[in-house]
Design a protein around this ligand. Structure first.
Ligand SMILES: N[C@@H](CCC(=O)N[C@@H](CS)C(=O)NCC(=O)O)C(=O)O
Length: 213
């Protein structure tokens, strides 16, 4: 398998999840501005959508979209909440909320929008995070078991902190718990990122990424 990624981008959730699932995988970095990969491939030719993540399977088939990739990885792990007929649906429900409600709320913050738009975006992020915080049970979103949804949420909590969006205190504690997981530490190190909540920006954050995400 190969994951196409950009440091600190949403593709970090796939990297974390692949490491959590102990799936062997290679990585290829994409420059989101030039759309050229670290090995000089034209990314838009490989993935006409032009964005990360993209996961190429062992048989060469390519999967895009965070929800699809994260579910594929989840399906390579022991069943989620076996015995609960709504178990997997709840996971899809959470991934959908993260991908279609929380993730797009960050867009004005990445795109150098006007200050008024950025303030509105921070409020939108915070209101969505407040809803998500209510879902945390015991350690993680679905209780004691860390899931692909936690990996995705963790990535966006990094963004929220970097952009100064307020978040409930439960999420600060949750963030620190997730950051301590070996697969998360490994993933952050591989992308040259810092795990603590107090770093204002991503370790490898560049203006190119800022304009492209
Ligand atoms: N709908 C896509 C969105 C992915 C996305 O927004 N990726 C960002 C990084 S977090 C990206 O690659 N942006 C660069 C671009 O759109 O050109 C998904 O859920 O996978």
């Amino acid at each position: 398998m190969k994951l196409y990624y950009a440091p600190g981008a949403c593709s970090l959730a796939s990297r974390i999840s692949l490491h959590e699932a102990e799936v062997p995988v290679e990585f290829e970095r994409v420059d989101l501005k030039s759309k050229v990969t670290e090995f000089g491939e034209e990314y838009s030719q490989l993935n006409p959508k032009g964005y990360v993540p993209m996961l190429v399977l062992e048989d060469g088939k390519a999967i895009t979209e965070n929800i699809a990739i994260l579910l594929l990885i989840a399906d390579r792990q022991p069943p989620f909440e076996p015995g609960n007929p709504l178990g997997r649906i709840r996971l899809v429900e959470m991934l959908s909320y993260l991908a279609t409600e929380l993730h797009p709320a960050f867009k004005p913050l990445w795109h150098g929008a006007h200050d008024i738009e950025k303030a509105a975006a921070r409020e939108a992020v915070t209101s969505r995070l407040e809803l998500v915080a209510e879902q945390i049970r015991e350690l993680y979103l679905f209780g004691p078991r860390f899931t692909v949804a936690d990996a995705y949420l963790f990535v966006m909590l990094r963004w929220a902190k970097a952009f100064g969006a307020w978040m409930p205190v439960e999420l600060l504690a949750y963030f620190e718990r997730v950051a301590e997981r070996p697969a998360v530490r490994q993933s952050l190190a591989e992308e040259g990122l810092r795990g603590d909540l107090h770093s204002p920006f991503f370790g490898s954050h560049t203006s190119a990424q800022e304009t492209a995400m």
